[in-house]
Design a protein around this ligand. Sequence first.
Ligand SMILES: Nc1nc2c(ncn2[C@@H]2O[C@H](COP(=O)(O)OP(=O)(O)O)[C@@H](O)[C@H]2O)c(=O)[nH]1
Ligand SMILES: [Mg+2]
Ligand SMILES: [Zn+2]
Length: 354
Amino acid sequence: MPTISAAPGLPALGWDEGWAAALLELSDPMLWPARVSRVDRGMCTVMNGTAEVRVSVERGVELAVGDWVAVGAGPAAGDQPRIGAVLPRRCVFRRATDGRGAVQQIVASNIDIVLLCDALDGRLSLRHLERFLALAWQSGATPVILITKSDAAPPDVVAQAVEAVRSVAEEVPVLIVSSTTGDGMQDLAPYLVSGRTIALLGLSGAGKSTLVNLLAGTEVLATGAVRSDGSGRHTTTHRELVLLPGGGLLIDTPGMRALSVINASAGVEQTFQDLEVLALGCKYTSCTHAGEQGCALTAAVSEGRLASGRLDSWLRLRAEPASADHQLALARRGVEERKRRKASKIADRRAART
Ligand SMILES: Nc1nc2c(ncn2[C@@H]2O[C@H](COP(=O)(O)OP(=O)(O)O)[C@@H](O)[C@H]2O)c(=O)[nH]1
Ligand SMILES: [Mg+2]
Ligand SMILES: [Zn+2]
């Protein structure tokens, strides 16, 4: 049975004319629209504007929190409703789950804004942040950097960290908040608009779930104390879409340790626009910026106009998508090969039996 929740209608969940058109294209009047708020094995929870409903998910259907789906009746009377179709995603946030980039998982979909959370504890380096930014731009969402736990460091340390972050942020807004004191929360308010979806990304222990609970006005998520060695804990076991009482939707995500930038060349380009512009000044258009003669980037580093770490970071991230693509292709080929071998074994056995 659907459980009635406070969800005040579809538009507050982000439903608009575009989604309505996508649903119409399915031309099945028996399907009803809903947004996925939680994904479990074989099941998911959806919000339809008036209720939260548990829906069964058939094998092979890849679902992500944030998806808009068309739901239909189960095969027999009394069966749980099931996913009829996933409406084409406007934007997805993917991550590699195996460190080599061969296995990818959709972290969340249909996000408008990505809040990149950094706890000022030194675990999120500027190089990490550049990776997060590249992934955020690549997803199609707009990134905003959120420095959390501002109460946990003296003001001059906070100011220094903000300055460092701004040096790689380009035009991305940088907000500073404390969930403990409430400082800076008013700067977050303009982003929390009805129907808008915001995903929180960051390392485990950055204070994401605490912030979601604070904004939701209730303990909707489990939070975890950071271990004494500062390594943090994975406390968010399920990504969940939380509808805020004052409008806006938040998606909390588990901490991301292994973060590789896959197929994100456009995102990398956007993140390093300053370097892309500088590179226009290189003598050769084929310049690899590895110390060739006439390289504008090498010159900028030696003149102190560009941090060498940022140049290294750009060169590394630019090289990654190609290698990850290659890994992906290799992995796919391996799977195909195994399938072929299995099929021929079965055929052999059948032939032997007859
Ligand atoms: N001092 C301080 N601690 C915070 C703040 N926000 C969260 N924490 C603590 O940081 C730890 C990790 O928070 P949590 O929300 O679980 O982080 P998550 O892994 O990003 O979801 C918990 O012990 C929180 O109590 C803050 O604004 N200030
Ligand atoms: Mg959490
Ligand atoms: Zn160059």
